[in-house]
Design a protein around this ligand. Structure first.
Ligand code: DWN
Ligand code: SAH
Ligand code: ZN
Length: 424
């Protein structure tokens, strides 16, 4: 591994000795959980594509030097994020409300009145930026997936097509001037070239500008055994410890943080250049908790692997028993996360009849790897199954609220986060 400026690794991946190197610090990472060959989480496909399906080794690793949890390998970004990328942020009403609240908080606290400029990366269909657009605030989304970006433009959101990195930051700064706020929701954890992003942020932000970003929180993933957050798109699994170290390499620090309920437990971070903003006591408190939870030790991740294996066995046992009893089980929501579960637990169409999903471009296709048919929601409601396997467990509150008829018809939910159980 050759070190670049400030000790930042130039070529993350294998180092000269063939060891796997940390994307953040260049140190040697320790793999702790291998799922074996896995398809793309959002690689929903047609039957004529089965024989060309793409697979890669899904392996999670821990860096004992900088404490970043990460994938050993990630497929090329163009394979994951492209014109047919099928995740549209605005399909969940709860998520829409969450981002409206976030936009209001940004407006109230983080931008002034003097012609502010807001940049968001991974802006998807404009679920967050549409509120800035609506208020006439100068904004720009950067989004490589052309299909979702086109919906954002329809929502009045100014959107640049592309993968954000240092060079795009320069272009944006030249065209629009410096930014007050840099936003990213469920996006930074998708991007392997962290250092290019951080340098881009440094180029783009005003001296006292801030980054506000949120991603699924490693502490929640470990505590809830939500191993299904591990899939191709998520290359990093952030903790306060690892985020502070990574931004610290660029003269920045976490100045505040706020836990979120979204995506099964997330953390929102506020990052600023060192010394420009007071650091909230919440940061030190959370770092103390993370050390208590053992997020800085490999043993914690080995225990997590054991918990994942137990969860896998328990889910398979329940589903195989139901199959033997001749019960109908249908999956609810063809989430990206479900691809990890169906492949890791070997859930084939003889076990899960189909997956109900509200996204038109997933419907009529098959789930990646295990080839379970994806059907429109109407098919679920037309003839309720005996059991619904809740792949969209992070939307439990929203889904339960609208599925009274399923329960009234005698239907039961099967969940696997935080533990495998049939809800009575
Ligand atoms: O990090 C990511 C997060 C932000 O979103 C991306 N890498 C991809 C995506 O993850 P996901 O696919 O696991 O997201 P969700 O929001 O858990 O699932 C969305 C899917 O669930 C959509 O296909 C729509 C479906 N759904 C449904 O069929 N009925 C969702 C709800 C709320 C419903 O009621
Ligand atoms: N912010 C939305 C979307 C999250 S999905 C939400 O929270 O619901 C992740 C998004 O990041 C996808 O739309 C994907 O196309 C985008 N993305 C992936 N790599 C990116 C990059 N390098 N720059 C900007 N966006 C990227
Ligand atoms: Zn490291």
């Amino acid at each position: 591994m050759t070190a670049g400026m400030k000790g930042i690794p130039r070529n993350p991946g294998m180092d000269e000795s063939g060891m796997t190197a940390c994307r953040i610090c260049g140190g040697q990472i320790e793999p702790f959980l291998s799922f074996g060959r896995m398809p793309l989480a959002n690689g929903f496909l047609t039957a004529d594509q089965f024989d060309q399906e793409y697979f890669f080794d899904l392996v999670a690793a821990f860096c004992p030097s900088c404490l970043m949890v990460q994938l050993v390998d990630q497929p090329d970004r163009e394979k994951m994020f492209h014109a047919e990328y099928p995740f549209f942020s605005s399909t969940s009403r709860f998520q829409a409300a969450h981002f409206e609240k976030f936009a209001n908080e940004v407006s109230d606290r983080w931008i002034g009145r003097n012609d502010p400029f807001v940049v968001e990366i991974g802006s998807n269909d404009g679920i967050l930026l549409r509120h800035f657009a609506g208020a006439g605030i100068r904004h720009l989304g950067v989004e490589p997936s052309a299909g979702v970006a086109s919906n954002a433009r329809k929502n009045g959101v100014n959107t640049l097509s592309g993968f954000f990195e240092k060079d795009i930051a320069r272009q944006i700064a030249a065209e629009y001037g410096p930014a007050d706020v840099f936003l990213a929701a469920n996006c930074l954890c998708h991007i392997p070239c962290f250092h290019s992003i951080a340098e881009g942020v440094d180029i783009l932000l005003k001296p006292r500008g801030v980054v506000l970003f949120e991603d699924p929180y490693l502490g929640d993933i470990l505590e809830k055994t939500s191993y299904d957050q591990i899939y191709d798109e998520h290359v990093f699994y952030f903790s306060v410890l690892s985020v502070n170290h990574a931004f610290g390499m660029h003269g920045m620090e976490i100045v505040d943080l706020w836990p979120q309920k979204t995506h099964g437990g997330s953390m929102r971070y506020c990052i600023a250049r060192k010394g420009t903003h007071p650091v909230s006591p919440a940061v030190g408190v959370q770092i103390g908790r993370e050390r208590e939870l053992g997020l800085d030790r490999i043993e914690t991740y080995e225990r997590f692997r054991q918990n994942c294996e137990t969860s896998q066995q328990n889910l398979r046992r329940i589903l195989c028993d139901l199959k033997q009893q001749g019960r109908r089980v249908v999956g609810y929501a063809a989430t990206s996360k479900s691809t990890t579960v169906t492949n890791y637990c070997d859930l084939t169409p003889d076990i899960v009849e189909f997956i109900s999903d509200t996204t038109p471009i997933k419907q009529g296709k098959y789930s990646p790897g295990t080839h379970i048919p994806v059907q429109p929601y109407e098919k679920f409601a037309e003839a309720f199954p005996d059991y619904a396997l809740l792949f969209g467990w992070n939307h439990k509150e929203e889904i339960m609220a609208k599925e009274q008829a399923f329960l009234n018809a005698g239907g039961k939910w099967i969940v696997y986060v935080p533990k495998v159980e049939v809800l009575a």
